[in-house]
Design a protein around this ligand. Structure first.
Ligand SMILES: Cc1cc2nc3c(=O)[nH]c(=O)nc-3n(C[C@H](O)[C@H](O)[C@H](O)COP(=O)(O)OP(=O)(O)OC[C@H]3O[C@@H](n4cnc5c(N)ncnc54)[C@H](O)[C@@H]3O)c2cc1C
Length: 285
């Protein structure tokens, strides 16, 4: 399949890119093209202009600043997976990036492109929710920072306005001693996942749960924030049986159902992944 015809622009600065977005209402940004181009080939997306951001310099930064691991719009899954910085400050993020799709896709696909695309079956929205992401958006109207709460608005829907570009995302850096785990299930290696769970757990000096963040991905249109359900565990020592009791409440979601898995299947998957994450974090501490 070939895409419908389109104009092609290759700006060299963010300012040029957002100026083009402001005047070309049918335009779309092109990052790695790993989601957009297949959608165009299938005629599911018909932008009349592509604004290629790959010649813009200064969007490849991968750095820790003000407690956040910040990644520019051109940072690929591969760059994250290979980064010693990421492996040091958030090993679970490096591990997750290394498990996305296949090598060829990881080398082209970008973190920001995946977040802007907001596919419920993608790993980055889950990571964003788990690590309290901040999104830096730019347009000709100026720059604004949006927190993860409210960023994801449904399947393929985000708070990014049509004339805005996501120039950088930041993920909260893990606290010393914090344990984290991300588990997902896909039918074959490299396939989009059917469901995923992410967890961050920290203990106080006497071994009691201090903080516990739990997020589901792929079960609902946007990442499922499950932390409140497990609040009763705070202040207690990690207890698998107590965790299992609370899992029942987490199971009461509005599950997605599609050709890959029924809502019933996803419900059972969520329960299994939750327990795996809890075991990972419990073992690690
Ligand atoms: C066979 C295959 C398997 C895959 N498997 C997985 C998987 O298992 N897990 C997974 O998470 N992903 C998977 N992907 C998707 C892949 O990770 C993509 O790279 C990612 O979803 C999109 O990133 P991109 O840079 O390619 O974005 P593009 O395809 O270039 O763009 C996607 C959308 O985001 C917009 N966009 C891009 N960058 C910006 C920006 N900076 N600001 C605003 N809007 C922007 C574009 O306009 C477009 O609408 C797979 C893809 C393929 C082809």
């Amino acid at each position: 399949m070939k895409p419908p015809s389109f104009d092609y622009l290759a700006p060299t600065t963010v300012s040029e890119a957002v100026q083009a977005l402001a005047v070309r209402h049918g335009a779309r940004l092109l990052a790695g093209g790993q989601s957009l181009v297949p959608a165009m080939n299938l005629r599911l997306a018909r932008p009349d202009c592509l604004i290629d951001i790959n010649r813009i310099t200064g969007l490849c930064q991968l750095e820790v600043k003000e407690g956040y691991l910040r990644m520019g719009a051109r940072v690929t899954h591969h760059a994250v997976a290979c980064s010693t910085l990421v492996a040091g400050v958030s090993p679970v993020i490096a591990k997750t990036a290394a498990g996305i799709a296949h090598d060829a896709i990881r080398r082209r696909g970008t973190v920001c492109g995946s977040l802007a695309h907001a596919d419920p079956a993608a790993q980055w929205p889950l990571i964003a929710q788990l690590f309290a992401a901040q999104f830096d958006l730019q347009s000709v109207r100026g720059q604004r920072r949006v927190s993860v709460d409210g960023f994801f608005q449904g399947v393929y829907q985000t708070a990014i306005e049509p004339d805005e570009m996501l120039i950088q995302v930041g993920f909260q850096v893990s606290q010393p001693g914090e344990r984290s785990s991300v588990r997902w299930f896909s039918r074959r290696h490299g396939d989009f996942m059917i469901g995923a769970v992410g967890m961050r757990l920290s203990l106080s000096s006497d071994g009691r749960i201090d903080t516990l963040a739990v997020v589901g991905g792929g079960f609902e249109p946007q990442p499922s924030e499950l932390s409140m359900i497990f609040m009763p565990l705070r202040g207690h020592r990690p207890d698998r049986e107590a965790f299992q009791v609370l899992i029942e409440q987490a199971a009461k979601l509005e599950y997605l159902a599609d050709l890959r898995a029924s809502a019933y299947y996803r419900r059972a998957l969520l329960q299994r992944l939750l327990l795996q994450c809890f075991d990972d974090c419990g073992r690690a501490v």
